[in-house]
Design a protein. Structure first.
Length: 186
């Protein structure tokens, strides 16, 4: 059964990846580059300082820096534990994929999907009572994560479990944040 799931995962990636075209390649290469999202991150930092002030906002920003560092190490731990080859390194299917980049680390789970979802869900939980449209930020991890399929460097299950991990971690982290915030600022 597990082997059937893995085979279907590969088939779905090949299908999704081959929907791409040279016309869209520059767009998806830009989407997958974290540096291109800096304006969004600056906007989020602005909203946090505006909503919570410098003292509490600074604490929240520090918590977000810790969140990203933790998420990065968490995904590396999971990747090294499972050791699943990236699609672009999988001899069975790499010739069937359109790959534009060639990372060499392991695939499962996607760091892009985990960290972007973790970060964004945390921000949404933090700001949902202050800004009506803040859930629109959730488009960021969806687009960011899909770019990894388009580029042929992650399997759909890597993305799915990365997103699930990000949601779970964000909710746990937010619960911890609320306890600490209550002690420090109430």
């Amino acid at each position: 059964m597990f082997e059937t799931i893995i085979e279907k995962d590969k088939e779905l990636l090949i299908f999704l990846n081959n929907l791409g075209s040279e016309y869209w390649d520059p767009f998806w290469l830009a989407v997958t580059n974290q540096l291109n999202w800096i304006p969004l991150f600056v906007f989020i930092l602005f909203l946090i300082i505006k909503s919570f002030g410098w003292k509490r906002g600074g604490f929240i920003i520090l918590s977000m820096i810790i969140l990203v560092a933790f998420s990065d190490q968490f995904t590396n731990l999971i990747k090294n534990f499972f050791g699943r080859l990236r699609p672009n390194n999988d001899q069975e299917i790499k010739h069937l994929l359109r790959t534009l980049i060639n990372p060499q680390s392991f695939s499962f789970i996607s760091g892009h999907a985990t960290t972007s979802t973790f970060f964004t869900v945390y921000v949404v939980l933090m700001l949902k009572d202050k800004y009506k449209y803040i859930p629109l930020l959730l488009f960021f991890p969806m687009i960011f994560s899909y770019s990894r399929l388009y580029l042929g460097v992650h399997f759909p299950l890597d993305i799915f479990f990365g997103i699930c991990s990000g949601v779970l971690l964000a909710n746990c982290y937010f619960a911890i944040y609320k306890r600490i915030d209550k002690k420090l600022f109430d």
